[in-house]
Design a binder for this molecule. Sequence first.
Ligand code: SAH
Ligand code: SF4
Length: 358
Amino acid sequence: MTEMLINLYDLSDAELSALMAELDQPAFRARQISEWLYKHKVATFEAMTNLPKALRQQLAVKTRIGSFEQVAEQHSVESATTKRLYRLADGQLIESVLMEYDDGRRTACISTQAGCAMGCIFCATGQMGFARHLSAGEIVEQVIHFARLLEREGERLSNVVLMGMGEPLHNYENTMRAIRRLNDPNGLNIGQRHITLSTVGLVPEIKRFADEGLQVGLAISLHAATDAERNALLPINRRYPIREVLDAARYYVQKTGRRVTFEWALIRGENDTVEQAERLGTLLRGLLCHVNLIPLNPTSGYGGAPSDPERVDAFRATLARYGVSSTVRVRRGIDIQAGCGQLKTEVLRRGRRQRAAG
Ligand code: SAH
Ligand code: SF4
């Protein structure tokens, strides 16, 4: 039944206003509700104290505040990472991660799809296949839950990265609606420069994203510097080869004036040689960019291993010779399956084991 209720997080301002009109409410009620939802982040209608009781009752009959049921939570003290698994109204499972940094940043890493259609071979989400797109409300709700958690502790969520499960640019419309909602100064008020979207490299959508007139950060998952090697890791490269991806990256830089980030998962003996770093340096030289080097997070469906620290250092030093800046991203939350899609895989596996035992 609950699936029939309107999820308030899914409504745009215009749709919320239309709902108020339908309920014979004055127009300002939409704004009041919106503030309760996104500014105060209340979880119940009773908490919306400036609404007439009758309206609160009508809302409770017709609508719901979000749709998530938390299925699992894991907290790693060591890496200051909290990972959550939620069940959606139709039973799909998605993950989000909160990372707390020493410099005060509080970053939510959120999902945009249940599963993913892109099939990158080393990725736990890719190994699951695609289930469905998340609605804008389902994308936003992940942020609200972490923001609530932090506000209870007197802290504030500062950053959002769309780097969880799924390919955000494959779910273009809902992702953009969610970004605008997160950014809304009357609501969650997360600055555009504090939001980063990560893509596998969907070329037409990168250009469309660049044309949105936003200052949202862009990260592109490159992982290889030749088409043959990238084809083998990221099947989408057959459709959008490296040259076109880099053209789109240049277009983004030109339109936004912002530097673009390239992600490179370092896989032992696969894409971590000095020669490969030289090829990457040659490709990126002169482009306003930064490279994030992430030692591979091992997944059950892929045999690769993370590169050794010496290899990582040599890779970084080589890029520097080409004037390309890079950082090694600390692997956070490995102990709690915080790599994309891994907690879901683990929980499903446990479920299967329990069923087999029972
Ligand atoms: N679909 C988007 C965003 C989600 S994945 C994308 O692919 O960019 C976020 C990042 O994690 C991507 O750079 C992806 O390549 C990387 N990633 C996925 N699985 C990984 C793994 N097992 N180890 C290291 N990085 C991984
Ligand atoms: Fe999808 Fe990104 Fe995983 Fe590739 S790395 S399968 S695009 S989530």
